[in-house]
Design a protein. Structure first.
Ligand code: SAH
Length: 498
């Protein structure tokens, strides 16, 4: 049985610029074969067990030839597997998608091609440059800048006669040659030029100039590949249309220390604001299993008058077990349900329970303040929560009535690769580090090594609330800003409202 190959355009960089159809192919793939310019975030959407093959440059110092890539793809497809071949931009724009398709066709392997947003158009867009404009350019020309020799295949004379926007791909190494040829064959030396490096990513960098001076500027600014070279009057529109680089967190590297399972909201918000989230999950949630104590409490839940949830995880673990034991939300019918904050109450709502009480501030102290007004000594409270949670809540409430704490999960140190973070820190490239609980703080320092703390002096440490701030200060470091609302929204506000 023969498999199937999808040649998919992954878009220019921003991973949301892939098509819905392209994303479906990623989800369906048994094997993904991908290039250097493909955003690695896309690879998170694969099904379990999907295999990854990197065929870009610098893969173990060996660049795979096109023939080798063709063979790899065909060989896997011949085993009956679905191969998704991800390429930067559009597969047919200098992407050798045509050759791959022909190769497959000749071997009778079924394939489909899914177009992508090419960097030649989308990359310009994110730099604030429309490739055509009624007043400035009524055509555009996408040209290879990968020139083999002096008498290259390009017809410079004809190119110079064109009035439309010229976009050179793969041309940064030949920038001088390109500019000189254009000037010598008749283009005005004052024609605007923009170089767009790593377009549509948080590292996007644009250098502007003219055909005459752009080469020198490129050297001064150390512009390397991948870069788009844009020649034409449309470059000037950048001043009006540069929406991307004007985003509030554009160019900022922000470390997210939450566990991966919970980081998506923060990561997403940072990306939408133009920032570069660096996921560094310092904690991992591990359910306590088997947990006879929890089973017993669920069995006897009608003895309680209150149940308090202090985190999303607490809700998840409790309800997973509740369902496993054959019960559902009605089991809590006679209890008042307390949620520490909006994320916890949302987790409850998703399971069909609307919390009766959500304190005004999202810390244990606020729960005590609100509950002490209404509790009597006949009440009985169940608190299913993390094994290393603070004593405060239980201790205070026990002064009023009976409280049973049931440990349902542990937060253990995440298994993360610290080298990337240390490299960023070494180069002073981290702008913010976000901490969303005291265990993220403790584990962060344990993972990077307490002796590396001095590297943090230029990073701004953002804390979700007072308990987390205390943990940061206990390491002798300063909190740059504490969220005024103890939620992810609050953390984002603390970063953006400077
Ligand atoms: N198929 C791709 C182009 C592949 S050729 C597409 O449609 O976009 C590789 C060249 O594309 C690079 O040398 C560079 O000139 C350009 N390129 C691709 N992605 C880029 C990006 N994010 N930023 C700048 N240039 C990019």
């Amino acid at each position: 049985m023969k498999g199937k190959v999808y040649l998919v355009g992954a878009g220019p960089g921003d991973y949301k610029l892939i098509t819905l159809k392209g994303m479906d192919c990623i989800k369906e793939a048994d094997v993904i074969v991908y290039d250097r310019l493909v955003n690695k975030n896309l690879l998170k959407n694969t099904k379990e067990g999907c295999e990854f093959i990197y065929v870009g440059k610098k893969s173990s110092n060996h660049t795979k030839t096109q023939d080798e890539i063709n063979e790899i793809i065909a060989e896997i497809a011949n085993k009956g597997k679905v191969v998704t071949r991800l390429k930067g931009g559009d597969p047919y724009v200098f992407g050798r998608g045509g050759e791959e398709g022909e190769y497959l066709k000749q071997r009778g392997i079924d394939f489909e091609v899914i177009p992508g947003i090419t960097s030649a158009i989308g990359g310009l867009c994110y730099a604030g440059i429309p490739i055509t404009h009624r007043d400035y350019a009524s055509s555009f020309h996408v040209i290879t800048g990968h020139l083999k020799d002096e008498n290259s295949e390009l017809d410079w004379e004809s190119l110079c006669k064109l009035r439309g926007t010229l976009v050179f791909l793969m041309g940064i190494a030949n920038l001088y040659k390109i500019c000189t040829n254009l000037i010598e064959r008749g283009k005005d030396k004052n024609t605007p030029v923009a170089l767009i490096n790593w377009a549509t990513t948080p590292n996007q960098k644009v250098v502007e100039g003219t055909l005459e001076n752009i080469y020198k500027r490129a050297i001064d600014e150390k512009i390397e590949s991948p870069t788009l070279i844009v020649v034409g009057e449309v470059v000037n529109l950048r001043r009006e249309l540069n929406f991307f680089e004007n985003k509030p967190l554009f160019g900022k590297n922000i470390v997210v220390t939450r566990p991966r399972a919970q980081s998506s909201e923060l990561v997403e918000r940072i990306m939408n604001l133009g920032g570069n989230p660096i996921e560094f999950p310092t904690i991992k949630i591990e359910e306590i299993r088997p947990n006879e104590a929890l089973d017993k409490e669920i069995e006897n839940i009608n003895e309680y008058s209150y149940i308090i949830f202090t985190s999303e995880n607490g809700v998840k673990v409790f309800f997973d077990r509740l369902l496993e034991l054959g019960f559902d939300g009605r089991r809590l019918g006679n209890l008042k349900v307390v949620a520490i904050g909006p994320a916890t109450s949302k987790a409850l709502r998703d399971r069909g329970i609307i919390a009766d009480i959500i304190p005004k501030r999202f810390v244990g102290e606020a729960i005590v303040e609100e509950l002490q007004e209404i509790l009597s000594k006949e009440d009985k409270i169940l608190i299913p929560r993390a094994s290393e949670a603070r004593e405060y809540l239980v201790k205070k409430l026990r002064k009023i009535c009976s409280v049973v704490e049931c440990k349902t999960y542990e937060t253990i140190k995440g298994e993360v690769d610290k080298e990337e973070i240390l490299e960023f820190l070494n180069e002073d490239k981290i702008d913010y580090i976000t901490f969303t609980s005291s265990s993220t703080v403790k584990n962060f320092f344990e993972i990077i090594g307490v002796e590396k703390q001095d590297r943090l002096k230029d990073a701004k440490l953002i804390s979700i609330g007072p308990i987390t701030s205390k943990a940061i200060e206990s390491f002798g470091l300063k909190v740059y800003k504490e969220a005024s609302e103890y939620t992810i929204n609050g953390v984002i506000k603390a970063i953006t409202e400077n």
